[in-house]
Design a protein around this ligand. Sequence first.
Ligand SMILES: NC(=O)c1ccc[n+]([C@@H]2O[C@H](COP(=O)([O-])OP(=O)(O)OC[C@H]3O[C@@H](n4cnc5c(N)ncnc54)[C@H](O)[C@@H]3O)[C@@H](O)[C@H]2O)c1
Length: 255
Amino acid sequence: MDLFKDKVALVTGGGSGIGLATVERLRAEGASVVLADVDPAAEATAQKLGAHFLELDVGDADAWRDVVDTITVQLGGLDIAFLNAGIMTQPATERGIRRIDLVNLPDSDYRRVMSVNVDGVVFGIRAVIPALEARGGGAIVATASIAGLLAYPTDAIYSGTKHFVIGIVRSLARILAKEAITINAVCPAGVATNIVGPPGTAEMFRERGVELMEPSIIADAVVHAITEGGSGRAWMCQAGRQPERYEFAKVPGID
Ligand SMILES: NC(=O)c1ccc[n+]([C@@H]2O[C@H](COP(=O)([O-])OP(=O)(O)OC[C@H]3O[C@@H](n4cnc5c(N)ncnc54)[C@H](O)[C@@H]3O)[C@@H](O)[C@H]2O)c1
């Protein structure tokens, strides 16, 4: 229960779904937790869980600097950053996730998903590194998706953003190791949260033979990624299976 006693953790997109479950889990393990979310309604959620709340649009680089400064001043530093906020290119409907029409996709929808899923992770990593270094090291975990490991034709832009998350995590691992910072990605398959549709969607998926996971399963995988000791890893999370490290194939001709 005291895995993260005296540690300070930041969770983006902490107001709902996977982020919320991870806030709960980190609190249960003794961490001081900052729940950051673009939705101001998440403040009440944070209060209920004994977490601190900061309003943050992860795609706003200036806001990131303010958030990390505030955490450092108010809580003394930062040890764990869970960069989890993410959206689909277009929101799910009551009938589930629609395939995007790339040709007619409004530019604003494209920019929005890139801002949250890509900028949000880059700006987040950039902002937290100095704070983690100041503590002598720490852990970054980013939420990618199984759609970052395989082709996901329903939302090719979303899939591309999640491939990006895995790419940056793998590419930074060795550099950040010098500062005793680990960086890993969790790659969930379907999870019963708002991103896949309104309440009742899980039942609809089940009828189609797709079992959605509870968000707490991904929170467990986040804890595993932080404590397991490795870096640059992609942890697949699938219904009925333990978090499993994805083994990337070697590129022919390169050792
Ligand atoms: N649910 C799934 O099936 C699934 C599968 C794989 C990956 N994921 C990923 O998990 C992560 C969390 O999603 P979820 O399923 O919990 O969905 P969710 O919609 O329940 O939660 C997302 C949270 O992020 C917040 N958010 C959105 N834009 C933001 C921004 N610009 N700045 C800060 N916060 C913002 C929302 O307010 C919300 O609280 C996302 O990165 C998503 O891509 C989800």
